[in-house]
Design a protein around this ligand. Structure first.
Ligand SMILES: *Cc1c(COP(=O)(O)O)cnc(C)c1O
Length: 376
């Protein structure tokens, strides 16, 4: 059996190696390393894939979030609502811009932001909500849209983990995650569902005015070279990464499907285990693209399980071990422990098993049999 990786990037590359190598060499030979035609080509293809009017490529997913917030022209002290249980990028950029993060607990079934928590967190200073589509599953966007409309709030979707997943509305229509709110952001970090071979990110919007502002901000606020209309940043997707992503985008649906199949196989193996809660998908099949396959372990032995698996050469991850409201960097006396009951609980229960596009049945058997053995 092939060595088990948390994410098998090399195995994935080998299957498309000649196409990727050709494309990278072509880009190097063209010497258009910055803002070359490869970036525009990828942008156009991603717009088509997402069925969104504007894609603005940038350097990484954290920049994408920061630039999205900058485009909204918020004032210091304005409040931005975001989940307590996620990667740090969201709260980090909110704080960097002098805005006030308002953290909200999560729904225990989906790990996504709790909708009633959003309602309770709204004040006269609230200006925006940043839901995170965590682990590959879209948040309850119908309800979040409703709340945002009622309270005149912006929505920025952090779609770093769910590129390609869909949200189905009541009337049966579907939209791609990241294209539902005012602005969506994503990351092409190598382990993401659409991973570059380095850093990368993008911002999406349907709104022409916002798109114009976002395009200015990513490029030092310049629309005409050396004339700065806005205070911006330097955040570019480089041409080599764009030429790789442009090839991999054709495979994204297949990749996401492979992840869904691996998740179903894990689910089947774990279905009679009373100490395991397998991932709960609330929407249709295409609403979850399994960036992570995350279990809840109910017998309080999660940390022992991690060690047991690692001793058997089975990698695993704890996403995330500490709620944002308890992180040293983000501590605030505005937070009450009682507001974060679910997050405080799940950080002790979650474990993410190997999840990628190259998992074999052998590997799935090996991983799940040891998980089961430990728990019984
Ligand atoms: C990966 C990730 C980011 C940040 O992306 P980078 O490209 O690493 O900056 C932001 N939010 C979430 C939820 C992520 O998983």
């Amino acid at each position: 059996m092939k060595k088990i990786e948390m994410v098998d990037l090399r195995g994935q590359y080998q299957k498309i190696q000649s196409k990727v190598d050709d494309s990278v060499l072509k880009t190097i030979n063209s010497a258009s390393f910055i803002n070359g035609p490869q970036v525009k080509s990828f942008q156009k293809h991603l717009e088509k894939y997402l069925r969104v009017k504007h894609v603005i490529p940038c350097a990484n997913g954290t920049d994408a979030l920061q630039i999205a917030l900058m485009a909204l022209d918020l004032k210091p002290g304005d409040e931005v609502i975001t989940p307590d249980f996620t990667y740090a990028s969201t709260i980090e950029v909110i704080l960097l811009l002098g805005l006030t993060p308002v953290l909200v607990d999560i729904d225990i079934d989906t790990f996504n932001i709790d909708v009633s928590g959003i309602k309770n967190a709204i004040s006269s200073k609230t200006k925006a909500i940043i839901p995170v589509h965590l682990f590959g599953q879209v948040a309850s966007m119908n309800k979040i849209l409703e709340i945002a409309q009622e309270n005149d709030l912006y929505i920025i979707e952090d779609n770093a983990q769910s590129l390609g997943s869909n949200f189905t509305f009541k009337d049966g229509s579907k939209k791609k995650a990241g294209t539902i709110g005012h602005i969506g952001t994503t990351s092409f970090f190598p382990s993401k569902n659409l991973g570059a071979y380095g850093d990368g990110g993008a911002i999406f919007t349907e709104d022409d005015d916002l798109a114009h502002t976002l395009r200015g901000i990513v490029n030092h606020g310049m629309y005409v070279r050396y004339y700065h209309d806005l205070v911006g940043v330097n955040s570019r997707l480089d041409s080599i990464q764009a030429s790789i992503l442009d090839i991999k985008l054709d495979y994204l649906d297949d990749y996401n499907n492979s992840r869904c199949i691996a998740a179903s196989k894990y689910n089947l193996r774990f279905k009679d285990q009373s100490n395991i809660i397998t991932p709960i998908r609330v929407g249709e099949r295409d609403s979850h693209v399994f960036h992570q396959y995350t279990l809840r372990i109910l017998n309080r032995k999660r940390d022992e399980l991690v060690k047991y698996l690692n001793d058997r050469n089975i990698p695993c991850g704890i996403y995330y071990p500490v709620p944002l409201h308890l992180q040293k960097a983000y501590k605030s006396n505005r937070y009450n422990q009682s507001d974060f009951k679910v997050t405080n609980q799940v950080v002790k229960e979650v474990i993410s098993l190997p999840m990628h596009t190259e998992l074999t049945d052998d590997q799935l058997d090996y991983i799940s049999s040891y998980v089961i053995k430990f728990l019984n």
